[in-house]
Design a protein around this ligand. Structure first.
Ligand SMILES: Cc1cc2nc3c(=O)[nH]c(=O)nc-3n(C[C@H](O)[C@H](O)[C@H](O)COP(=O)(O)OP(=O)(O)OC[C@H]3O[C@@H](n4cnc5c(N)ncnc54)[C@H](O)[C@@H]3O)c2cc1C
Ligand code: SF4
Length: 511
């Protein structure tokens, strides 16, 4: 039966059973499409990374004698939407059966389901063979439970896959979690070897995107592109991480520094989210490297890393499929303000925001704590509408695909889901930022001041947020301490803080 198999841009799984043997009568189809470049303004490096990776994947298939039709953005036959391209190809190639892998985004899942309902030929959907859980596993796991704390899911995953376990129920090293020994400030005491290997030239792909007039954000150096776009690149980033960065991953995973974009972070999210690397392969490589170098690398560094992938990544995917589509409209704190304009320019006197946003615009990257405790924290404290916050995160990061972006943004960062993912809102005053970074040292504002003209804006915004939302949080036991400190403020203190916060919220771009 002549079959058309669709491969989406984030389904570049070299190990998928589809590709075991070339089969006659199977045509693979991949396309660069405006429907994908235009649903949000993406970072230019993200569009380039996807197109380059797709082309490399298509070449890889062809080298293995698979038949591939690849539509570049400027191909005359490219109708720029998935249904239109598929319909015309099915006609042109006399296709008798259509096959696809289950998409990870709700938007595409719905589009393909609707498309198949209208088809008058046979069709079949396959698993992507990438994740370690099914779409529904998390829903079953938490059935009947009041809270969906990630920790229990993570422990269950460790047991299920026998990852770092001494017996069926005992974790290696005697602890499930080593967070207490992690999370230090980086004070330049260790070297961070930064050459991540390859630098590539991507001008042809870039020109095609520019010529099509696609609206993008951020900057790119077309001669020194250094995101992995092939299986070899991805493996080299993984090896680089094991050899050079794993040793301090846990120690400094929450640290921030003006001179360091990546610190000890792996930069593997794009490689995994595009499926060029599979999560178990990453986990096994890291554990394998650690076992061979146990005298140099402490278990805490490894457990901290495994938790992110085996725990958080799979957990977020489960939440996504459990809660969508309602999740994308959630705004439990009823926040309504606009995201400040400086999120697109980095033009602010607040040094922490300037650095986190500037590196996002320049590199399509910020690490977890910058996303959570700098840009996310400010957006939540200034009570921005989650739709705006979501659109920004979905566009700007190299790894931003909705299933993992929205759960982190609406859930973990903005508390828009009312506490499904995070048990308390991730908000802080300048104190935390000062504790974990060197940003405050050279800032225009003074982190120790509260209401003066030169006071750190995070300070008044923090107390104002707690006061504005105290009714919402009054029954949340994890908020007791914060709310009792709020109660201790005298009326004069609180009104001075709220006055300054109101000025900042009214005009954030002045700060
Ligand atoms: C507001 C916000 C938005 C985010 N948006 C995205 C997104 O669009 N795409 C994305 O992949 N991650 C997102 N994250 C999670 C995290 O910030 C990135 O995965 C990480 O910064 C990627 O860099 P890295 O590969 O160097 O990660 P490392 O710090 O080296 O971590 C290793 C891997 O663990 C996984 N991981 C770590 N934290 C998380 C998490 N919270 N959720 C899921 N996986 C995790 C990633 O696959 C990552 O590659 C977001 C976090 C926040 C707070
Ligand atoms: S003083 Fe405040 S605004 Fe400035 S860097 Fe520190 S936390 Fe950010």
């Amino acid at each position: 039966m002549k079959t058309l198999r669709l491969i989406l841009g984030d389904q570049l799984n070299h190990k998928h059973s589809w590709y075991n043997d070339p089969e006659e009568d199977i045509i693979y189809f991949m396309a660069e499409m405006r429907q994908e470049t235009d649903y949000v303004a993406h970072h230019i490096q993200k569009v380039v990374a996807f197109f380059e990776s797709m082309q490399n994947f298509s070449d890889w298939l062809k080298q293995r004698d698979h038949e591939v039709i690849y539509y570049r953005l400027d191909n005359k036959k490219n109708r720029q939407t998935l249904p239109e391209n598929l319909i015309s190809l099915i006609e042109e190639q006399n296709i008798e059966k259509f096959e696809y892998q289950l998409p990870d985004e709700f938007r595409l899942d719905r589009q393909l389901k609707e498309f198949c309902e209208r088809l008058d030929i046979a069709f079949e959907a396959y698993d992507t063979e990438h994740f370690l859980t099914t779409r529904e596993d998390l829903t079953h796991f938490y059935k009947g439970k009041k809270e969906m704390t990630m920790e229990y899911f993570y422990r269950d995953m460790r047991k299920k896959y026998g990852i770092m376990m001494t017996t069926k129920k005992d974790p290696e090293g005697g602890n499930w979690n080593f967070d207490k020994t992690n999370r230090k400030k980086w004070k330049e005491e260790t070297e961070i070897p930064h050459d991540r290997g390859f630098r590539k030239e991507v001008s042809t792909t870039l020109e095609r995107i520019e010529k099509a007039g696609i609206k993008t954000i951020g900057t790119i150096d077309k001669n020194k592109f250094n995101w992995p776009t092939s299986r070899e690149d991805c493996l080299s980033v993984l090896n680089y991480f094991c050899k050079n960065l794993l040793v301090h991953f846990g120690d400094y995973q929450d640290a921030m520094h003006t001179d360091q974009i990546y610190l000890y972070h792996s930069r593997l999210s794009f490689a995994m989210n595009s499926k060029m690397l599979d999560p178990m392969e990453v986990i096994e490589s890291v554990i394998g490297y650690w076992r061979a170098h146990k005298d140099e690398i402490h278990i805490s560094q490894v457990e901290g890393f495994v938790r992110q992938i085996l725990g958080w990544r799979e957990y977020m995917r489960g939440i996504y499929w459990k809660e969508m589509p309602a999740y994308s409209h959630s705004n439990k704190l009823d926040n309504q303000n606009n995201l400040p304009g400086f999120y697109w320019t980095a033009d602010t006197k607040m040094n922490c925001l300037h650095h986190a946003i500037k590196q996002s615009l320049d590199h399509a990257y910020a690490h977890h704590i910058q996303r959570l405790m700098i840009t996310g924290n400010f957006a939540l404290l200034t009570q921005c509408h989650p739709n705006e916050v979501d659109a920004w995160y979905l566009g700007i990061y190299i790894d931003a695909i909705e299933w993992v972006e929205i759960t982190n943004t609406r859930g973990m960062s903005q508390f828009a889901d009312g506490g499904l993912v995070a048990t308390k809102p991730y908000v802080s005053s300048g104190n935390y930022i000062n504790k974990m970074s060197n940003y405050c040292k050279d800032c225009h504002y003074k982190v120790s001041n509260k209401t003066e003209d030169d006071a750190c804006p995070f300070n008044s915004l923090y107390w104002n947020f707690l006061d504005d939302k105290k009714e919402f949080f009054k029954d949340n036991h994890r908020m007791n301490m914060m709310l009792s400190l709020l109660e201790k403020k005298t009326p004069d203190e609180l009104s001075a803080l709220k006055e300054r916060a109101a000025k900042i919220i009214d005009n954030p771009s002045n700060y």
